[in-house]
Design a protein around this ligand. Structure first.
Ligand code: NAD
Length: 258
């Protein structure tokens, strides 16, 4: 039985992960890390702490959908106590990303900006299209609910990153996040990302490859957070057999072998 601690248990994702795990064989949510901000999922009767170091028992694996500062403390704990980590939190800065990479030398980690199967299929299609349509202008548009705190979304950045790497450049060198004022003409080779926030949108992403006379659009719409939760639980089972390393959802789903 895989003993799971959900980091961000009181959050939107925490609630859905708890619901999806109910009735699953082979894993159990035994504890949670959360601030005392919003109610915990109904029916949860395990231990909940705000500081991971206060946990009374070491979990086999953390499923983390919280905030970067909290996730970094989970990485320290996992390294010290030998737990594995499913990392779904977005919005890490460069130092945070470096810490994830260095921690993965001794801790098995799956890190994904988006745990849904469909988004990972979309990323694979964007990678191929960006390589074939090298000269097309790429614009990415994403929409999320009014409570999301980071922009662009981790998924939009992942879309930009796979496209940039397929074109042999780094996203940070070509990204234009939002436009305002006298911007001048569009620069060749740039990748535009625009963010919409409002209502209860679970997550919408679209990549537009625009060239003269035609446009290819590749998009994904999430209609329920359960798609992320099921993906994270699937990744947790997969990771339970793996050695230390930084894994992606591509590897969990076997898309890297296609
Ligand atoms: P939320 O605001 O509803 O929940 C955040 C949770 O983290 C809460 O339980 C809160 O108590 C806890 N938390 C925050 N800071 C903490 C701290 N310092 N110490 C202890 N607990 C702390 O957020 P959400 O909508 O559930 O999203 C959480 C994260 O997951 C975001 O970064 C979001 O972008 C990301 N997300 C990723 C995916 C994916 O597939 N990778 C999907 C959806 C959301």
């Amino acid at each position: 039985m895989l003993k799971i601690c959900v980091v961000g248990l009181s959050g939107r994702m925490g609630h859905v992960i708890f619901e999806c795990c109910q009735g699953m064989e082979g894993c159990k949510i035994v504890s949670g890390v959360a601030k005392n901000d919003t109610p915990l999922p109904l029916g949860f009767n395990g231990e909940v702490v705000e500081d991971v170091n206060k946990l009374s028992a070491v979990p086999d694996i953390f499923i983390d959908f919280s905030r970067p500062d909290c996730s970094l403390s989970i990485l320290d704990y996992a390294k010290e106590h030998g737990s594995r980590v499913i990392l779904g939190t977005t919005g890490f800065d460069e130092d945070g990303k470096s810490k994830i990479v260095s921690t993965a030398r001794s801790v098995p980690i799956v890190f994904a900006a988006n745990f849904s199967v469909g988004v990972n299929v979309m990323l694979a299609l964007i990678k191929k299209t960006a390589a074939i349509m090298q000269d097309a202008d790429l614009e990415i548009v994403e929409a999320h609910h009014r409570y999301k705190v980071d922009a662009p979304s981790g998924t939009a950045l992942a879309m930009g990153e796979v496209a940039a790497s397929a074109r042999g450049v780094a996203l940070k060198d070509v990204m234009v996040a939002g436009r305002k004022g006298i911007t001048g003409e569009r620069q060749y080779g740039t990748i535009g990302i625009n963010s919409i926030r409002g209502g209860d949108v679970v997550g919408e992403h679209e990549a537009m490859f625009l060239s003269d006379g035609e446009r290819v659009t590749i998009g994904h719409t999430a209609t329920s957070r359960a798609t992320f939760a099921r993906g994270a639980l699937r990744a947790a089972e997969w990771l339970s057999q793996k050695k230390p390393g930084l894994y992606s959802m591509n590897e969990v789903l076997g898309l890297d072998k296609l």
